[in-house]
Design a protein around this ligand. Structure first.
Ligand SMILES: Cc1ncc(C[n+]2csc(CCOP(=O)(O)OP(=O)(O)O)c2C)c(N)n1
Ligand SMILES: [Mg+2]
Length: 327
């Protein structure tokens, strides 16, 4: 059965939640609550939300170092995420994993991943399991343009194509891998053509248009569920902030950044809701206020939570406590 259209306002709420979560996390890093790196997905909210809206609750995703948006879009709970970023025992990994390892098996979130392309074979493995068990579930791997140049991508794509596995390869092409622009890391501007060598289709979508991302993913998911095999979806997008917080960004121009800011996916969807759906601006402002409030609570929850106890240092290292929150 085809995935029903998502509520357009719900898509907006999720994008605002991701945007504001990221901005709050960045602030709390400055305030000292959050140690370590943050690779924010500000500017890339539509790929996460549009793609996950086309998935069922029992479908699974794998994510990347830029994964907060993917987790929220798949149902991740901001307060457990904030607590994890703050290295508190109430976080998704008990405060010991941080940004790059958040996982919630119950929600089908098989993990963020610090290894570029590392999540792709994991998604293909999950898809193989679904096929072997005769389940009509699908797996979707999020990854960046840089990951497409990794062997892990090609090896996983080859087997997925050969065995017609129910997996979606979702590339968020934000034009840079760290500070290296697209044209200096790959000989082709459209990475979706890489799927041809593994015998499955590749499509390009405006990654800043949440409805377009949803439609493209819905089509790919339907095909996968019916045994039609994988699809490579390339969402053309842009990260508004640095590769990591603190990145001096000397590798790109102010003009380029300003141009992409004009194409903000959150503002674009808000405009569409107002102009095409007749949603009152006051409704959207109220929704934004609710999101802010929920994030106040998430930060307070994180700040009030204790650090993990030293005697729990080895919990979750071995297979006995895997699978989401470990407390
Ligand atoms: C296998 C591996 N190589 C290198 C790195 C260092 N590294 C972290 S993020 C990154 C860039 C990834 O670019 P892309 O896949 O386009 O994702 P984006 O950061 O643009 O979202 C690199 C090279 C790593 N984490 N893993
Ligand atoms: Mg990139």
């Amino acid at each position: 059965m085809s995935m029903p259209d998502p509520e357009p306002i719900e898509l907006y709420r999720r994008m605002v939640l991701i945007r504001e979560f990221e901005l709050r996390a960045i602030n709390e890093r400055k305030s000292g609550l959050i140690p370590g790196f943050i690779h924010s997905c500000v500017g890339q909210e539509a790929t996460a939300v549009g793609a996950c809206a086309a998935l069922r609750a029992d479908d699974v995703i794998t994510s990347t170092h830029r994964g907060h948006g993917h987790l929220i879009a798949k149902g991740g709970e901001p307060k457990y995420m904030m607590a994890e970023l703050a290295a508190r025992s109430t976080g998704y990994c008990g405060g010991k994993g941080g940004s790059l390892h958040m996982t919630d098996f119950d929600l089908g979130i098989l993990g963020a991943n610090g290894i570029v392309a590392g999540g792709i074979p994991v998604a293909v493995g999950a898809a193989l399991a679904f096929q072997m068990r005769g389940e009509d579930r699908v797996a979707l791997a999020f990854f960046g343009d840089g990951a497409v140049n990794e062997g892990a991508f090609h090896e996983a794509a080859n087997l997925a194509g050969l065995w017609k596995l129910p997996v979606i390869f979702f590339c968020e092409n934000n034009l840079y891998g760290e500070g290296t622009p697209q044209h200096r890391q790959a000989p082709v501007p459209d990475l979706s053509i890489r799927s041809a060598g593994s015998g499955f289709p590749g499509v390009i979508v405006d990654g800043n248009d949440v409805l377009a991302v949803f439609e493209a993913t819905r089509e790919a998911v339907e095909r996968a569920r019916m045994g039609g095999g994988p699809t490579f979806i390339e969402g053309k997008t842009y990260r508004f902030r640095g590769h990591y917080e603190g990145d001096p960004m000397v590798y790109r121009s102010r003009e380029e950044m300003a141009e992409w800011r004009q194409r903000c996916p959150v503002a674009a969807h808000r405009k569409w809701l107002e102009e095409s759906e007749g949603v009152e601006p006051a409704t959207l402002t109220a929704l934004e206020a609710e999101v802010h409030e929920s994030l106040d609570e998430a930060v307070a929850f994180a700040a009030a939570s204790p650090a993990p106890a030293p005697e729990t240092a080895l919990d979750g290292v071995y297979g006995d406590t895997h699978g989401g929150r470990v407390f």
